[in-house]
Design a protein around this ligand. Structure first.
Ligand code: FE2
Ligand code: FE2
Length: 179
């Protein structure tokens, strides 16, 4: 029997379906797969194709995460700094996305795709190992379910807008996103 598996099951409480933490972890899975291609030594075309897919999926994940999860965390004294750290890393990733889209020199494009992959890989790791556990111990299940449904709603709105560029918060219909 693999004891490490048993231990991790016991120490990590099951999350209810619809919990925002579960949704965020699910969203990270395809991003992590694309990161592996982006930072690999495969042909540039393959890494650019992975980047194109990644760019769309990243915005669809990151913008709702900022508007719903980070925003909620910023209202709680003990979680505020972690959420701001997340916002800052998201904006660095946004800048990199734009630079990669504009880059015409293949070597520059390839190098920047690698840096972005490493940046987001680090961010996801910290989010899963530090931010989400801290958020979990400072929130109720009821709050997380309610945030989960707002997260889905925000994602659907970004998807309808094309999910490519980041619309400002004011463009979202979501008065209810903010409560
Ligand atoms: Fe995330
Ligand atoms: Fe994030």
């Amino acid at each position: 029997m693999d004891l490490t598996k048993v231990v991790s099951k016991i120490t990590r409480p099951m999350l209810t379906e619809g919990d925002i933490i579960q949704m965020i972890i699910e969203d990270h899975k395809p991003l992590k797969e694309l990161i592996q291609i982006m930072k690999s030594d495969r042909a540039l075309e393959e890494r650019v194709a992975a980047f194109d897919d990644f760019a769309t999926q990243l915005v669809l994940h990151a913008k709702p995460e900022e508007l719903v999860l980070y925003k909620d965390m910023k209202s709680k004294k003990d979680l505020r700094e972690l959420a701001i750290e997340g916002d800052v890393e998201h904006s660095l990733a946004d800048q990199m996305l734009e630079e990669i889209k504009r880059a015409t020199d293949p070597a520059e494009k390839g190098a920047k795709i690698k840096v972005l992959a490493e940046l987001v890989e680090h961010h996801i790791k910290e989010e899963e190992n530090e931010l989400l556990p801290q958020f979990q111990s400072n929130s109720t299940e009821e709050e997380r379910l309610s945030l989960g449904s707002r997260f889905l709603k925000a994602k659907a709105e970004f998807f309808e807008m094309g999910g490519d560029d980041a619309p400002s918060e004011a463009l979202l219909s979501g008065e209810d996103l903010r409560h």
